[in-house]
Design a protein. Structure first.
Length: 303
């Protein structure tokens, strides 16, 4: 019996999923896009960090273990992929350098994808060279719908992973000021290796082109690299700030990214209202990259 409730091939191992917690919700659950975060044995500290954080949203935290192993979390409840059929995105933290961890993560991804859900690997770039990191990320793309590359070694990459999940949980909502469509997000991420850039700025809204959101966007572009933006097949722009952030500020951020990106790339916004930020703003860019062949297969581009 396989507790993922989906057939796995002979090379895979049997895995059990355990629900160990959920994020808090301050408003109606139907306003949030349901997300799942799965931790493996080598990345269980991410689940612990997320549960200890103040991240809000419709987020379910799962722990994946080889069948027969018992989780260390108190109150863990055995569950299955079938019980998570509403999830928009399923993030699976994985250490590809540990074979047993990789096998568990790939088994979960296979079950997720066969259930019609969208599996995203969270992969921390180790001390290996950048070329090796790209090779590993491309290898993971064979078993996941998308791979987000965390540009740091674990455990330092954990903070970035928490930030990404928190921003997506807050920004991907079916409610104003910006309603972000899941299908658009999946189109950007599908088949891609994704790198992340973050920029911060403070100040009041200004009528001129320059201002806090503009400054934060420039810093996010520098963080991820202007070449990365220019060559991306798609970019998700998440603007985070208090209720003082105006739509025209979001439009400026989008204009700056759109101006730099390729004409055929897909650029979409998401907005995360976080009143704890005061007069500060954060811009997060998720820049997706595919090969020419990938683009032809996914979007009908000529190869």
């Amino acid at each position: 019996m396989n507790d993922l409730e989906t057939p796995l091939d002979e090379a895979a191992i049997n895995v059990t999923l355990w629900e160990v917690g959920r994020a808090g919700l301050n408003d109606a659950a139907d306003l949030h896009m349901p997300l799942i975060v799965v931790g493996t044995r080598e990345r269980v500290d991410l689940i612990s960090a997320l549960m200890a954080s103040d991240i809000e949203g419709d987020i379910q935290y799962l722990y994946a273990l080889p069948m027969g192993d018992i989780p260390s979390f108190g109150g863990a409840v055995q569950t299955s992929v079938a019980a998570a059929s509403r999830a928009g995105l399923v993030f699976i933290a994985v250490d590809p350098d540990v074979e047993s961890d990789l096998l568990v993560a790939c088994a979960v991804s296979r079950a997720v994808r066969e259930s019609g859900l969208f599996a995203v690997a969270l992969f921390a770039q180790s001390a290996a060279s950048l070329v090796d990191a790209h090779i590993r990320a491309n290898g993971l793309r064979l078993d996941f719908d998308s791979v987000i590359v965390l540009r740091d070694a674990w455990p330092d990459a954990q903070a970035l992973a928490c930030n990404i999940i928190g921003q997506l949980a807050g920004g991907l909502k079916a409610s104003p000021p910006v309603c972000t469509d899941l299908a658009d997000v999946q189109e950007i991420l599908r088949g891609a290796a994704v790198t992340v850039g973050i920029g911060h700025a403070r100040g009041v809204m200004e009528d001129s082109k320059a201002g806090r959101v503009w400054d934060a966007t420039v810093r996010a572009i520098r963080d991820v690299g202007s070449t990365c933006v220019e060559t991306a097949s798609g970019i998700l722009v998440i603007v985070s700030g208090s209720h003082s952030v105006r739509l025209r500020e979001i439009a400026r951020a989008m204009h700056l990214v759109r101006e730099l990106s390729a004409s055929e790339s897909m650029v979409i916004p998401a907005a995360f209202e976080d009143d704890y930020m005061g007069d500060g703003v954060q811009i997060m860019l998720l820049a997706a990259h595919r090969t020419t062949a990938d683009r032809a297969n996914l979007r009908g581009y000529p190869s």
